[in-house]
Design a protein around this ligand. Structure first.
Ligand code: AMP
Ligand code: TRP
Length: 336
């Protein structure tokens, strides 16, 4: 039996943080042998909010290098850059004309980001989920491993599939494949270090709110030292009145590789003064091999470029085939 197809991506906006790693990339790495994987750097998504042209290409390479540094293995996975494959933009246009506007206006992430942008909301920000649907559908993906915040976008993708297949497909021969989200409970929602009720996010103005994968040990130590805690002694999971406590224990559990039970027992009588150094040590130790591998990859630009070129060549085969399928179903003539 052939392996199921996986597709996922991260935007090249700023560096990756622990939320991206624990919510998404770590899961890609752990499950990659079971699947046929495509991981893209979604640089077209990165310009849906104002961006810096001087940084876009460099950030794109950084994310691709971090995929490799986190353990994406080219034996099982293909890494590529979204904008290198024109089919992503083209399928987005076709899907745009089939997707009702009010489906997009309902998207939680759009509403949240639109508030932050004020007057400056682009059509692209509204259209973001359709581009994401195109990313997924071009690879006939079965599974999309993401953090919890992306679930609604995958549901939208499924609605688009139903609409396209109903309107343009034949009963026995659907045009597009239904994807399912793959969301692991642990790490699906890593919270901010400065507010345990808010998601850790690249767009939070305070760097103190997140630990980035490339943070040096002293920055990690400083951020954990100053992170928000509470006045109670004895640390515990799952107390809704102690969101910071739950989040920090969860981070410790994931970064140290210990079980929830082990962490709960280890920390039940601890105060913050004893716990913070433990968490700091676990974070530094977990990120060290990633950072070393990252430096190695970044010192050989040719190697990275070759990987992305080969990734594009392979990914394009699937993308162009699906695009042709959709165009033909929509009634387009083939160019002579
Ligand atoms: P983004 O930073 O929006 O490009 O997100 C890339 C991936 O990281 C997506 O799969 C997100 O669901 C995941 N992600 C982002 N922030 C978090 C977070 N705080 N906790 C868990 N997963 C996250
Ligand atoms: N929207 C996703 C995020 O911000 C990134 C993304 C774009 C994505 N295209 C995708 C994730 C396709 C999974 C599959 O996290």
């Amino acid at each position: 039996m052939s392996k199921k197809r996986v597709l996922s991506g991260v935007q090249p906006t700023g560096n990756l943080h622990l939320g991206n790693y624990l919510g998404a990339i770590r899961n890609w790495v752990e499950a990659q042998k079971e699947y046929d994987n495509y991981f893209c750097v979604v640089d077209l998504h990165a310009i849906t909010v104002p961006h810096d042209p001087k940084k876009l290409a460099a950030d794109t390479y950084t994310i691709a290098a971090l995929y490799l540094a986190c353990g994406i293995d080219l034996e099982y996975s293909t890494i590529f850059v979204q904008s290198h494959i024109p089919a992503h933009s083209e399928l987005t246009w076709l899907l745009n004309c089939i997707t009702p506007l009010n489906w997009l206006e309902r998207m939680i992430q759009f509403k949240e980001k639109a508030v932050k942008q004020g007057e400056n909301v682009s059509v692209g920000l509204l259209d973001y989920p359709v581009l994401m649907a195109a990313d997924i559908l071009l690879y006939d993906a079965d599974l999309v491993p993401v953090g919890e915040d992306q679930k609604q976008h995958i549901e939208l993708t499924r609605d688009i599939v139903i609409r396209v297949n109903d309107r343009f497909g034949k009963k026995k021969k659907p045009i597009l494949k239904h994807p399912d989200p793959l969301i692991r409970k642990d790490g699906a929602r890593v919270m901010s270090l400065t507010d345990g009720t808010k998601k850790m996010s690249k767009s939070d103005p305070s760097e103190m709110s997140r630990i980035e994968l490339l943070d040096p040990p002293d920055a990690i130590a400083r951020k954990i030292k100053r992170c928000k805690t509470d006045p109670h002694k004895g640390l515990e999971f799952d107390n809704p009145e102690r969101p910071e406590c739950h989040n920090l224990l969860g981070l410790y559990m994931l970064l140290s590789g210990k079980t929830k039970e082990a962490v709960a027992a280890e920390c039940q009588d601890m105060g913050w003064g004893n716990f913070k150094p433990l968490l700091t040590e676990a974070a530094i130790a977990a990120l060290k091999p990633i950072q070393e591998k990252y430096d190695e990859i970044m010192s050989d630009r040719d190697y990275l470029e070759t990987i992305l070129r080969e990734g594009r060549e392979k990914a394009e085969l699937s993308a162009n085939e699906v695009l042709a399928r959709v165009k033909s179903a929509l009634g387009y003539s083939t160019p002579l």
